[in-house]
Design a protein around this ligand. Structure first.
Ligand code: 5GP
Ligand code: MN
Length: 324
């Protein structure tokens, strides 16, 4: 079985590096947290690297203080890339390729559709039917007969919870809920998770959501609802980038829409887009791929070069010449 190959590779390695994706979400961080805890118990030398800082709502997860923003990859024998979708999302694209070229091992642990990581990884421990990478990590932990304590249970539950939008999205399967129930038996602290992830909306965050909602528009033919956030909005509302997370899911509750897309200006002067759909006939990953991004059928993202302009009767996006 694939999982056994992964376990045997892990057991044969002493120095293991975990890589989570840029702009990390609950699933990638929770999954890395669990793997870190398990590997530490086995006495391994282990580190976690993430290009971007951990967003506030996920700081409650165990071991977040261990995450570093860079690392000498050459010091490690094995890299586990967790929930990354494609190699660019690691933020260490070239260095990963060098790592593999130097005959070191890389395992891709993920639940995204096939991507370029498949080509360079020694093992692709990938299950597209899994709600989350945490669900795959649960299988790994089970197979390794790890004693699931409260910390591991809480992190795994947090991964399931965040990637299913609190068990509301259609990626939630009977298996997801069965695992969630088992994790509750193991002491998963659900209140801590919901408090941090869903119920922590500050006044600046809600003001920002208000701005987003006030700018909603629906394309007549495409039936796509969209809105925007500018850097100026963040300043006006006193909000941070972390406060943007989640509002696209609220936009996605509008009936009769095919998809919801939120565009927001990033610190480095680009435009990030978050796309969601509830329509089984729409694949937002394909839409994202057109712009060099990717993701899942029902939740995807991409980045473009451009500026958001707020006009008298709404908003528009001015693409830079260099953009796709
Ligand atoms: P979000 O909108 O929450 O940033 O991302 C939604 C989903 O799309 C996540 O599963 C994430 O992995 C994926 N995704 C977001 N941005 C990108 C991107 O630029 N490239 C790829 N390949 N996937 C992305
Ligand atoms: Mn995920």
């Amino acid at each position: 079985m694939l999982v056994d190959k992964v376990i045997s590779k892990i057991l044969r390695s002493e120095k293991i590096l975990l890589i989570v994706h840029e702009n990390p979400d609950g699933d990638t961080l929770a999954s890395a947290s669990v793997v870190y805890q398990v590997l530490k118990r086995l006495g391994k030398e282990v580190a976690i690297v993430c290009k971007d800082p951990v967003p506030k709502p996920f700081l409650f997860l165990p071991e977040m203080d261990k995450i570093q923003n860079d690392m000498l990859f050459g010091d490690y024998e094995l890299i586990l890339v967790i929930d990354c979708g494609d190699s660019r999302r690691t933020g260490f694209d070239r260095r990963l390729k060098d790592f593999v070229r130097n005959k070191k091992s890389l395992i891709n642990i993920d639940h995204h559709p096939k991507n370029d990581l498949h080509k360079i990884a020694n093992i692709n421990y990938v299950d597209q039917t899994a709600s989350s990478t945490a669900e795959i990590i649960w299988e790994l932990v089970e197979r390794m007969q790890v004693d699931i304590d409260k910390n591991i249970a809480t992190a795994l539950f947090a991964g399931l919870y965040t990637d299913t939008g609190g068990f509301k999205h259609s990626n939630t399967t009977p298996k997801t809920l069965q695992i969630a129930a088992e994790l509750m038996h193991h002491g998963a602290r659900i209140k801590l998770i919901t408090q941090n992830v869903s119920l922590n909306k500050t006044i600046p965050a809600l003001k920002l959501w208000g701005v987003v909602l006030s700018r909603l528009s629906k394309h007549k033919e495409l039936k796509i609802v969209s809105s925007v956030v500018t850097r100026k909005d963040l300043i006006t509302c006193g909000a941070t980038d972390d406060d943007i997370a989640g509002v696209v899911n609220l936009m996605n509750t509008i009936p009769d829409s095919k998809a919801a897309v939120l565009f927001y200006e990033t610190e480095d002067d680009k435009i990030r887009a978050s796309a969601r759909t509830e329509d089984d006939h729409v694949d937002v990953a394909r839409l994202a791929a057109v712009f060099g991004g990717g993701g899942h059928k029902k939740a995807a993202g991409f980045t473009i070069d451009g500026k958001i302009e707020i006009t008298q009767d709404g908003w528009k996006i001015a693409f830079n010449n260099t953009s796709a």
